[in-house]
Design a binder for this molecule. Sequence first.
Ligand code: NAP
Length: 334
Amino acid sequence: MSINVGIIGTGAIGREHIKRINNKVQGAQVVAVTDINAEVAKKIAKDIGATFFETGEELIASDKVDAVVVTSWDPTHEHYVLETIKHGKYVFCEKPLATESEGCRRIVDAEIEYGKKLVQVGFMRRYDKGYIELKNMITSKKYGEPLMLHCAHRNPSANENYTTPMAVSQTAIHEIDVLRWLLDEDYASVQMLLPKQTSNTHENLKDPQFIIFETKSGVTIDLEVFVNCRFGYDIKCDVVCETAEFGLTDPAFTKVKAEEKNYTRISPDWQTRFMDAYDYEFQLWINSVISGELTGPTAWDGYVASITMAACHEARETGKKVNIELDERPALYC
Ligand code: NAP
């Protein structure tokens, strides 16, 4: 069996996912595309032999489309996801699920009303081999309970449009999901600190930012977000357990010994660092659509991320520790 996918949003990551679905993974093909920028989408449709639709609503409703991928601008996600649920089709939505937690909750409620999970959110860190190994080690309890996590999310540079809240909503959002998944528990509270600022930032961006989460069982997580670090795209996650520490390495690049130095490369960007994770994420999503049972990050995970991000913003603005209060988890997501 092979599924017919419609893509809403043929920008940077939409085009990556089209290539991924058509050329890299098995079991699906892109048959329909749309974008507010019609000229670009029409050209892509022609290049890949897909149908161009004037609107996302028409694409979702079309009999040609079995499942939908939403890769349009953040504020459009909620509408397209709700529309797809109305048609009882599976939808993969890039993060964020919605720009506000109320929007995420509306999606959760729509799914509950439909009575089945249809939504997967694009939290791709869960598909990275390194994080999967960390999760297996934590779950095995071989080294006792996890006590502390030391994490960092560093980008070489951020442009003038990237502002202070985006360090959480565009960047830390990935850690917010994956660390909770690693530990298999929710956050209880968050604090934020603004360390000494880099001279490489601009007036609308506080950089770096330092986030401290405490989980319900008391695990402490420190997360540095530093988006003008200049030296590369660098992701750290070290887990301190009762009798061991283990953590991520960069994916293996070549080791170089030269000029009295011994070094490995740092990834230049997130595409290079997590390419394999995106491929694996889509292969498993397609497999689960074919099998009729989604296994990836849910609308509830999108809701939790959104509530957590709002608490981070409050913690940064007030300088206080903020409790993270979630609605009761609905049975559909237990
Ligand atoms: P992008 O290059 O700006 O692409 C977004 C596309 O959506 C643009 O072509 C835009 O058209 C189009 N669009 C805007 N409103 C639309 C609407 N109402 N209907 C249909 N299309 C519409 O952005 P991107 O980097 O690809 O990001 C797209 C989404 O993926 C974002 O939500 C982002 O957060 C997410 N993302 C996730 C990851 C990840 O690691 N999981 C990585 C990157 C991006 P115009 O250009 O004409 O506005």
